[in-house]
Design a protein around this ligand. Sequence first.
Ligand SMILES: Cc1ncc(C[n+]2csc(CCOP(=O)(O)OP(=O)(O)O)c2C)c(N)n1
Ligand SMILES: [Mg+2]
Length: 283
Amino acid sequence: MERQREISGSNTSLAQRAWAIRRNALLMGEVQGQGYIGQALGVADVLAVSYFHALNYRANDPEWEARDRFLLSIGHYAIALYAALIEAGVLPENEIETYGMDDSRMPMSGMAAYTPGMEITGGSLGHGLGIAVGMALGLKRKKNPAFVYNMLSDGELGEGSTWEAVMSAVQWKLDNLIAVVDFNNQQADGPTTNALATGTEAPKWEAFGWYAQEVDGNDMSALVEAFDNARNHPSAKPRVIICKTKMCKGIPFLEAREITHFIRVEADEWAKALAVLDEDKPQ
Ligand SMILES: Cc1ncc(C[n+]2csc(CCOP(=O)(O)OP(=O)(O)O)c2C)c(N)n1
Ligand SMILES: [Mg+2]
């Protein structure tokens, strides 16, 4: 693979971080020619705010005891998290070219056992929030000040186990738990709002006893505000940020595709996608 990641400096803005995350994801997608690229492009702004504004962690010590935990329930979004972990310096950029290959530390679906920064093995949908509840409770009991962030998807809102976790988080007053829902209104076979996640989401979570916010997940300042509010909210409630994102955000010819859950990009289109991104590079 010829293309190199462009290295960002320490004064890098969140927009530049999101751009670099999108670029890392496209470079990984190019290795396999296909994958969950739409999700990575869609959620890049949310991950930029998570890793470069909200989370407390040490890039060179991913197991640091007081780190905030970022749990990815949605194993198929691993490409997005790897792209962010590379930008954060937790994963080395030269492993991009191994993405999805045998013995790679970056398999297509995320595995905690192999990958620094990957806190859980997700992918069997509907389990991440339950694990996050247990982790947040354990940290509280140990008087560890860390927060637990759990990124889940709108498709996971159709899993009953998610709602058991929603209720138990309230029961245990987990004010150190922040759920981040990537609401892209897509799941494997079509729009989520045609399945089980009908109606407005925030009132549903509020009715269960959570502090809920709904934001445009591709609006950086709205995200910063929502992540700050979630962390600082003066209540014993668990917190959720429902991020309305656009699949394939930033690459218009991919945004225009109807089926984006798992996309295949022709060999020559990777260069085109990277060129579109390069044209839009934030200064
Ligand atoms: C328990 C479980 N059921 C089914 C699947 C298969 N599956 C993988 S991704 C996916 C779609 C889930 O919705 P969402 O994450 O919103 O999809 P996306 O936005 O990525 O298109 C499904 C059904 C799974 N991984 N786990
Ligand atoms: Mg979805």
